[in-house]
Write a protein that binds this ligand. Structure first.
Ligand SMILES: N[C@@H](CCC(=O)N[C@@H](CS)C(=O)NCC(=O)O)C(=O)O
Length: 226
């Protein structure tokens, strides 16, 4: 059996790391995590620590040890795809090809978009914060996310965006956390969806570690990289 190790960044801040953590949590196979503190400037710096695992110098990273070999996968979406590939029984993509194409579009839209949401509503997993004054672009991106959620929830009529829990939900879970932190108002179907995401066992586990980081003095906002 393969041994999975997921290298993640500071949990309270690392929205990218949360995505594959939820995918791995959903398949039910055991996995280990290695936590790397982001924005560590003294040796060993964050960069030095991440480079031990991946030449891309970013978390998350997944290591798969199998048959005496180690496969290293980096980038949150590539990791989620790999987990979905290796565990078809978990149904991390919809079975229907049309629904799967749309679910992939949702995942990729999140992966490559919404820069203003990321910047103005940065993830601070365990905290509640006042809503900043949102720029027009941010408002448009928030509206687009909500419209996309409503559309999927209405079309696929399940508990999650595409009925069953999928990679699309992993990709949007950090947005759920951001909306919760800043009290973004959403329609009832999206609110119920957010509550289901928040209640996932993987989110609960992530919250426990994030809370420990915050209790140990983690600052509220992730400092800029330079
Ligand atoms: N597109 C990448 C982005 C990953 C990313 O930007 N990770 C940040 C942490 S959330 C990182 O590793 N930053 C390096 C650093 O802070 O030194 C992914 O989806 O995995």
């Amino acid at each position: 059996m393969a041994r999975y190790t997921l290298i993640v960044g500071t949990r309270n801040w690392s929205s990218w790391s949360l995505r594959p953590f939820l995918a791995l949590s959903a398949i039910g196979a055991p996995f280990e995590t290695v936590d790397i503190r982001l924005r560590q400037k003294e040796a060993p710096t964050t960069r030095e620590q991440i480079l031990k695992h991946s030449p891309a110098g970013k978390v998350p990273v997944l290591k798969i040890e199998e048959n005496g070999k180690t496969l290293t996968v980096w980038d949150s979406l590539a990791i989620c795809e790999t987990i979905a590939d290796r565990h078809p029984e978990a149904g991390l993509w919809p079975a229907d090809t049309g629904a799967r194409a749309i679910a992939r579009s949702y995942a990729c839209e999140m992966h490559s978009g919404f820069p203003d949401v990321r910047e103005q509503l940065s993830m601070d997993f365990v905290r509640k914060k006042p809503m900043p004054e949102l720029r027009e672009d941010t408002q448009a991106q928030v509206a687009r996310i909500i419209a996309a959620w409503e559309e999927a929830l209405t079309t696929y009529k399940g508990e999650y965006l595409f009925g069953k829990f999928s990679v699309a939900d992993c990709m949007y879970a950090p947005v759920v956390s951001r909306f919760e932190t800043y009290g973004v108002a959403v329609p009832p179907a999206s609110r119920a969806y957010m509550d289901r995401i928040i209640a996932l066992p993987g989110m609960e586990e992530w919250r426990k570690v994030s809370q420990k980081e915050v209790d140990a003095g983690l600052p509220s906002a992730m400092p800029p990289l330079r």
